[in-house]
Design a binder for this molecule. Sequence first.
Ligand code: B1M
Length: 514
Amino acid sequence: MEHPSENNLQNIIQNAKTFNEIHSGDISLSRLHVSDMIEIGLVTEGKGIHKILGETIECAAGDIYIVGGGVPHGFFALNEKEFPTVQLLSFNADECLQGEYADIGSSDYCYGVFRDNSLISYAMLSSKALDEISNILLMLKKELTNKKERWQTAAHSYLILLLITVSRYINMAQTQTPIRSKEWAAASEAVRAVLERYSDSELTLESIASSLYMSKSRLSRIFQREIGESFLDYVRNVRINRACSLLKNTTLTNEEIVRSCGLKDIPSFYRVFKAVVGQTPYQYRMSHSAFNRLSKEEATTSILNDICDNMQIGKNKNVKNLVELAIKAGIPPKQILNDGLLRGMSIVGVKFKKNEIYVPEVLLAARSMNESIALLKSEFEESFTNFKGRVCIGTVQGDLHDIGKNLVKMMMEARGLEVIDLGTDVSPETYVNTAIEKKCSVICCSALLTTTMGAIEEVVKLSESAGIRDKVKILIGGAPVTEEFCKKIGADRYTPDAATAAEAAVEFCSMQIN
Ligand code: B1M
């Protein structure tokens, strides 16, 4: 087996850029997510779980792992008390290997966990390097016997690199700080600026470049070469890394996290987070141990916030999953509706008004709302006793908004009423004819536009001319509708929300039955 040449070793050392201590979690999100990086880690203390490529294995002090860049993995706490502490070293494999040992960036990756006294060997390498290398190589051979050949070659190379790099790195750290080039200094300065100012969403490469008296394009090139990834990717990863830790350790809302991490807005946060981490912020929070330690109240807030956020970005599937989860978690349906769904929809309304979002986005939110209402329906039904009575409901002529109407319908059905749904854009004739034919006790009119409120008055007038006004009650509502308006047009009752509307309908029906 070939060993890396002395020249390559110099490169390895020069490229060993990060050597820091991490506690449980964020390795997969560090800036090592670059295909030409190799990441080497040593579990120095404690024990925990190492999740890698779908596998979950226990890890403990003394384990060494090596992965090619871009291999998703991370460390997690075993329980509340036990966290693995991992020392991490990364370097640019492409430069070190110069193509001799493995096709970096190909689908090949390398992964090894080495038990025994590796930690000791790590500490003592500078004096006993050769002995330890051969010991570990023997162990590695055992590990590799059942793996495919290319994997073995790459793994061997990486392991050798690990041992030599670590030993050189330690030697180097013990003797002197290496002299770095001006470029390295500039790149380090940019890294420092990012770490200090990532929460500022206005942070730009341009501003850092000008503080270093260099052009933006030059700093961009230097950054890419020295740090191994683009400035933008680096900033993004720092922010997402921070967001992970906030999701894990706090109950901040996504909006607060977006703000404190300098991210643009919720939709881009979700997009970028999913792309980098492979999970939604919610899934990440849920799957992380810290979330499980949240109190019931904190978990409730977190789920409801996520419902609200996902409503705003039209993630219908997420909203439904979250609503189902909220139901399972025992959150009262009323709270799911008010603090999750309706809160989200009202933010959608504000953004729509300000032209920050447009009809397609609103329609997506509307779909989430309607489908979630359907999920909640059975939950509401359980809370009330059955009562019989028949009503018809619709959104008035010229008006296509149906969410409020659907909510009212759901609440009424939950109270045991039979509800004939006439849909949207309902003409006065349809209301009145239905009331006559189906013997409805109540006509329910919903209107969401100021311009369609007048259509309610038409229903009242037509019911009078059709001779059913004394037999049927007219119940009205919708955002622009008011008590005053109700009185003015001679309807029977205005209610501001769906639950009160259902109560009123029950009351009217019982009056008719009695
Ligand atoms: Co429209 N829209 N919309 N919209 N839309 C509003 C209503 C608006 C306030 C947005 C805004 O500018 N901020 C504005 C109306 C302004 C006004 O007239 N005062 C508006 C406009 C202008 C329009 C269009 C004209 C936009 C355009 O095309 N340029 C257009 C009109 C289309 C039409 O109807 N002909 C339009 C279109 C749409 C979409 C199709 C994109 C979509 C509707 C999808 C759907 O419903 N399937 C939509 C949506 C979703 C909204 C907002 C964002 C949300 C409405 C909603 O569902 N809210 C809304 C802004 C907002 O309200 N924040 C807006 C949640 C729902 C649960 O509340 O319906 O008020 P709501 O129901 C409440 C209560 O009012 C009450 O109970 C519910 C709470 O428990 N309630 C009743 C309702 N009906 C009741 C009946 C009762 C009793 C209580 O007794 C019978």
